[in-house]
Design a protein around this ligand. Structure first.
Ligand SMILES: NC(=O)c1ccc[n+]([C@@H]2O[C@H](COP(=O)([O-])OP(=O)(O)OC[C@H]3O[C@@H](n4cnc5c(N)ncnc54)[C@H](O)[C@@H]3O)[C@@H](O)[C@H]2O)c1
Length: 450
């Protein structure tokens, strides 16, 4: 089949490459010329394990272009994977989606199936169908909701070996095309379950799934905070919980809150929509509030030990919102580092792949202009923590989890570790003379002279 994909971000590019991998001819379209040029040279503009290799492997079936007219006019199916960020009131901003729809309206010359992969509020697909068919006379444009469930960091695997493909359709033609398009993924070796339903239900599956995961994170973070107050250990608590198969062992790691491009905006968007329909989801309201506070719990812990932060040198380990990605959107490190810089702290920051994106984000904040000289970036942990007064761990990168505890003692001025991701077991920590404050567990403090 001939496919066009609008948007070459984490969802669009991975979708396009995966569809080429199962035999389709795919044209990836973006408005960003720099990204397109990179891809034409065989370079992935985003970091996802295995993505660049798959781009090379399927290069005969992949084209990258900014020429949307040519791409959309030739395609049997057009996937849309552009961003749907949040507006100030929490609702979804559909500007990028409608810009693509206008480009499709200008371009199509035959019956076409348009598939919305972007996460959009329930009911959007119906509105899009009206919007497109009003202006495109004499042609049938079918709209399909096909929400994406990949997680950044494992996006390629999550697409080829998806937990499920959900397809929301309202006509038989679209159902037939989507069944044919995805057939290779429903067979060996992928065996992905293929679910067909109405469009509104498909749209809701996406929000209900993401928001449930966000709720699970906020719930366990609240339990962790309570464990600290009451003297229980969250690691033992979650272990005990996980034996119940109804609960499972995933998404039970406490930390400094969720970030990324999805959970924050998707919780807000569904909360906004539920209020509009007169059935406010109170679980989501609480999830959002808990997460906002959780992002700063490490600072609270730090300030209890160092009431005056001015002039301290702090090492920050990990900047991205989670390991395995270069994405910084809504990462807790941003709020934390901005706060510390404004308090007059000298920051030494480490991340294996997120530094360039982080620099761009800080540079956009004009209130930080006078503080940017106070942050230095490193590509190794040793240099980052040398001569620091304290270290804060923001992302559980493998490199950080495997880093020797002895080095903190050797290299820091005083080994004060504030771990927002519980990277180390307390049994291991107990072998060393250091201060260690993590999430939902007791503080370890042995032979520390401040
Ligand atoms: N990132 C994730 O983990 C994830 C997972 C599931 C669903 N989603 C959803 O998928 C959507 C896309 O997310 P993302 O993270 O891939 O976004 P992204 O910001 O990484 O990429 C969006 C891309 O669209 C391009 N674009 C904007 N307007 C365009 C146009 N008119 N034509 C062509 N390209 C255009 C941008 O230049 C950018 O490259 C969002 O709705 C998101 O909620 C994301």
């Amino acid at each position: 089949m001939k496919i066009a994909v609008a948007g070459t971000g984490y969802v669009g590019l991975v979708t396009g490459v995966a569809l080429a991998h199962i035999g389709h001819h795919v044209t990836c379209v973006d408005i960003d010329e720099i990204k397109i040029k990179k891809m034409q040279e065989g370079i992935s503009p985003i970091y996802e394990e295995g993505l660049e290799e798959l781009m090379h492997l399927n290069k005969e079936r992949l084209t990258y272009t900014t020429d949307y007219k040519k791409a959309y006019s030739k395609a049997d199916v057009i996937f849309i994977g552009v961003g749907t960020p949040e507006k100030e009131d929490g609702s979804a901003n559909l500007t990028y989606l409608y810009a693509v729809l206008d480009q499709i309206r200008e371009s199509v010359t035959k019956d076409t199936v348009v598939v919305i992969k972007s996460t959009v509020p329930i009911g959007t697909n119906d509105e899009v169908e009206k919007y497109l068919n009003e202006k495109v006379s004499g042609l049938k444009i079918s709209i399909v909701s096909n929400p994406e469930f990949l997680a950044q960091g494992t996006a390629v695997h999550d697409t080829l070996y998806a937990t499920r493909i959900v397809v929301g359709v309202e006509d038989d033609y679209a159902k037939k095309i989507m069944t044919k398009l995805y057939k290779p993924l429903t067979k060996e070796p992928y065996n992905v379950p293929f679910l067909v339903m109405d469009r509104k239900s498909a749209e809701m599956v996406k929000y209900a799934s993401n928001d449930f995961l966000a709720l699970k994170i906020s719930y366990i973070n609240e339990i962790a905070n309570f464990c600290e107050a009451i003297g229980a250990d969250i690691s033992l608590v979650t272990k005990g919980m996980s034996y119940d198969s109804r609960i499972g062992n995933k998404f039970l790691n406490p930390g400094i809150g969720y970030g990324g491009s999805c959970f924050p905006k998707d919780t807000k968007a569904l909360h906004f929509l539920s209020k509009e329909y007169g059935c406010e989801m109170k679980t989501l309201k609480a999830t959002i509030e808990i997460n906002k506070n959780q992002k700063l719990v490490l600072i609270n812990k730090l300030e209890k030990v160092f009431p005056n932060l001015h002039g301290l040198t702090i090492g920050v380990l990990g900047l991205t919102f989670k390991p395995g990605t270069d994405d910084l959107r809504e990462a807790p490190s941003i709020d934390n580092i901005k706060y510390l810089l404004k308090q007059g702290v000298i920051i030494k920051a480490y991340d294996p792949i997120g530094i360039d994106n982080f620099k761009r984000i800080l540079a956009m904040d004009k209130t930080l202009t006078n503080h940017l000289n106070n942050i230095t970036y490193y590509n190794n942990i040793d240099d980052t923590i040398t001569n620091t007064d304290a270290v804060m761990i923001m992302t559980e990168w493998k490199e950080i989890k495997e880093y020797s505890l002895e080095n903190y003692i050797k290299l820091m001025k005083t080994p004060y570790i504030f771990d927002g991701r519980n990277c180390y077991s307390l049994d291991n920590i107990n072998k060393y003379n250091l201060y260690y404050n993590s999430i939902g567990r007791k503080i370890i403090e042995k032979n520390i002279i401040k």
